[in-house]
Design a protein around this ligand. Sequence first.
Ligand SMILES: Cc1ncc(COP(=O)(O)O)c(C=O)c1O
Length: 391
Amino acid sequence: MEQTPHGSPDDPNPLRRLSLEQLRRRTSAKWRTYPDDVLPLWVAEMDVPTAEPVAQALNRAIAMGDTGYPAGTGYPEALASFAGKRWGWDGVAVERTRLVPDVMLGIVEVLKLFTGPGDAVVVNSPVYNPFYLFVEHMERRVVEAPLDARARIDLAVLEDAFRQAVAGGRRAAYLLCSPQNPTGTVHTADELAAVAALAARHGVRVVADEIHAPVVSRAVPFVPYLSVPGADSGFSLMSASKGWNLAGLKAALALAGPAAADDLARMPPEVGHGPSHLGVIAHTAALRDGGDWLDAVLDGIDHNRQLLVRLLAEHLPGVRHLPGEGTYLAWLDFRRLGLGDDPSAHFLEHARVALHPGPPCGTGGAGHARLNLATSPEVLTEAVRRMAGAL
Ligand SMILES: Cc1ncc(COP(=O)(O)O)c(C=O)c1O
């Protein structure tokens, strides 16, 4: 395995530019949580070198000693331009954005604007596990509206959850994950418009976590929540973190729809103390100049998505998998293999492959695990072979 042929800095696919040996020298969570004999396909980090425009911008800042506090509106301007070019959406209004430390802390600060302790936050399970952790930490209640069998939003189930959330006249929010982590579902314009109408009918405020928005297959349109009719009172959280692997460079944006501008204006100024100047520089450069690099990564992810389907058919035919169109995550259903609620524990122990466990993603997570596709085809192939060998 250590001799895999990936590792050429000139490879057109950024997911093949680093060797396993180079990746194992990294000090981030993906590479340091498990011993070196484990292939780590769990946390949402990508096995790519830093995109050239981002590296150049950071190197320039370091060379100048430009390491102070952030200023200006370059980040939201870069997002506005990216959204126009990539999604045909001209709705990012710089004056309706706020710099926040990262997407999760941005969600917390936005939820604080219109919910109080004990109020409900509706989520579509299975979903990114920190949704539960952060919402509960801020003393709100999670109300689940599980996705349907095709991993799509079930409007009837969502309506029941909204009713439960606002019962007794309480305020409530809906934390939408778009695209959906872990299933990779890319919600359609019709689905999002129906969600907006339903939320308006029940007086529920929508907060869309769109951190994975840049990571959508190029053949599929991504629809920003705030672009659909009826979404005016909603919020979105965006950043370049997932698209360009910048989780270590903290800086995200909260976006308010036109009817939510007054709420956003109430966000306390101290929230802006969290994001780092180098984070802002990195995210801005990614959105402004990183489009070609992103396209190359998206093609590599598409390739791996198709490869995974073939590998599962050949080596793990008992695993059910609906390939998503967004995120670089694959959601695997191991229930037919009888590996219990948490198959990731079996594969860590017996295959030395680390997947993200399914149960913490809420209802629908038992018997499942999440696999990170943002690696080389060689590592992906080796991981599936190891998993098959562990059955
Ligand atoms: C849906 C979703 N939201 C938020 C985050 C974390 O974002 P941040 O590090 O900006 O808080 C992730 C990370 O994987 C994610 O998948």
